[in-house]
Design a protein around this ligand. Structure first.
Ligand SMILES: Cc1cc2nc3c(=O)[nH]c(=O)nc-3n(C[C@H](O)[C@H](O)[C@H](O)COP(=O)(O)OP(=O)(O)OC[C@H]3O[C@@H](n4cnc5c(N)ncnc54)[C@H](O)[C@@H]3O)c2cc1C
Length: 416
């Protein structure tokens, strides 16, 4: 079995897809090594194991709304598209979405998957509780306020198989998306927050070599559908016609200037289409938002070498959170993302150069994307890593739930 993009082949001995929580419990209890798999949207070996992979995507979502706590409980393997469709029908919403709504909730929150917005935490910050199957097959809840909660959400599958997730909800809201073209690099670098704060969720798209920057997508929350929006941002001009980022891709949610439900406009890809295989590789690094201008200049110096292998770069922002292993843990962040052509060798040659350029800014690589940062360096970039390692040792002393990639992280030579 391969990942979504076809660029990684899992080495697990088997892939199981039980249809009930009971069956997950029984499978975990009798397995020596087992690791949860979501919808296979990661680009690296993070999810892999030398034992069995188990996915919860075939378990019914069983949506339940708790109006008092303002949470929805969902089956962990449910895709965001299904959650968003259900919530919109109930007049409810999530605070944010990733670019692709076909990713599973458990897989997304296990890795700190994010959308954009200076004031928006990543998708893991919506979690209010998770229900896990532990190594003995027993079920337990970890809820917001419990001592281990901050270490249990972005947990890389290491604490057990998550079977249910509680997500914070709010009343449904309107979002309008506009595309602005032609942002001078100098304007962005002079004041990055001025651009990233131009809407509820802002994405800047560049190939690093062109000037001006190609496109800025601005998703605004509206009070009413007829609210007006500015015609310019930093010299970039609002475009009238539909704009597409990746050629011949009619799965994008680029309906410009039209207000609609949050679920139709916050993701980049439409929830009623299913892009199947991307034939691409992704890499992403998180740095402090306050370092954005210097970090962007450092990467831009490599632009001529990056561009031939790049489909597109997207810049997004994420609000700081307190989740121990979240890529935005403790710092408001800028995410520098690369969608590469499917050229593994070229990508692996470029990553160390980009990582060296970003080194002064202590970049954290996306847990689910290709990078070459040594595990000890990755671990050192999380102030609560020692606490996380201790939590994993308590929850899963025999490392039933770990695989080669996470073993290397847990064994990394960093101060305990
Ligand atoms: C087209 C595309 C667009 C993307 N867009 C974004 C984006 O906008 N923002 C962003 O941040 N990332 C993005 N990603 C990356 C993606 O969100 C992450 O890699 C995410 O982890 C994938 O979730 P998954 O369900 O596919 O998990 P998998 O890749 O299958 O697994 C990832 C991790 O989650 C764990 N996991 C999965 N299910 C469970 C479970 N039930 N219990 C415990 N642990 C579990 C696994 O053990 C593993 O550690 C994108 C990827 C693709 C392919």
């Amino acid at each position: 079995m391969r990942n979504w993009s076809g660029t990684y082949e899992y080495r697990a001995t088997a892939v199981e897809a039980p249809t009930t929580v009971d069956a997950v419990q029984a499978l975990v209890a009798r397995s020596r090594r087992i690791r949860a798999l979501g919808t296979r949207h990661s680009f690296n070996d993070l999810a892999d194991t030398t034992g069995v992979l188990v996915t919860t995507t075939e378990i019914a979502p069983e949506f339940t709304i708790d109006e008092d706590r303002r949470v929805v409980t969902v089956g962990a393997g449910t895709r965001y598209a299904a959650v968003a469709t259900f919530l919109t029908g109930e007049g409810l919403a999530l605070h944010n979405m990733g670019s692709l709504p076909h990713i599973s909730v458990a897989g997304a929150v296990a890795t700190g998957t994010h959308g954009s917005g200076d004031l928006n935490g990543n998708l893991s910050t919506a979690v209010r509780g998770i229900q896990l199957v532990g190594p003995d097959g027993a079920l337990r809840w970890v809820r917001h306020g419990d001592p281990d909660f901050a270490g249990s959400v972005v947990a890389l599958g290491l604490l057990g198989v998550v079977v249910r997730v509680e997500l914070a909800v709010q009343p449904s809201y309107l979002v309008r998306q506009d595309v602005y073209a032609g942002l001078p690099w100098a304007t962005l670098l002079a004041d990055v927050p001025a651009i990233t704060s131009a809407g509820y969720s802002v994405s800047v798209f560049t190939d690093w070599v062109g000037d001006p920057i190609e496109q800025v997508w601005v998703k605004r929350r509206l009070e009413s559908a007829d609210e007006t929006v500015p015609d310019q941002i930093g010299g970039a001009v609002r475009r009238g016609a539909a704009a597409q980022i990746i050629e011949s891709d009619d799965d994008n949610t680029t309906q410009q200037g039209i207000a609609g439900a949050w679920s139709a406009h916050l993701p980049h890809f439409r929830i009623d289409r299913t892009p199947s295989n991307g034939d691409e590789i992704q890499t992403e690094y998180f740095i402090a938002h306050s370092d954005a201008a210097a970090a962007l200049q450092a990467v831009r110096a490599l632009g001529e070498d990056i561009a031939p292998h790049l489909l597109i770069t997207e810049l997004r922002t994420i609000a700081a959170d307190d989740l121990w292993m979240s890529t935005a843990s403790g710092r408001d962040s800028l995410a520098i993302h690369f969608t590469w052509r499917n050229e593994q060798a070229a990508v692996e040659a470029l990553c160390p150069r980009i990582e060296a350029a970003l080194e002064p800014f202590a970049p954290r690589p996306h847990w689910g994307k290709v990078n070459t940062v040594p595990k000890a360096v990755v671990a050192s970039r999380y102030p609560r890593f020692a606490d996380f390692r201790a939590l994993v040792a308590r929850a899963d002393p025999d490392r039933k739930f770990s695989g080669p990639s996470t073993d290397a992280l847990l064994d990394a030579d960093v101060a305990a």
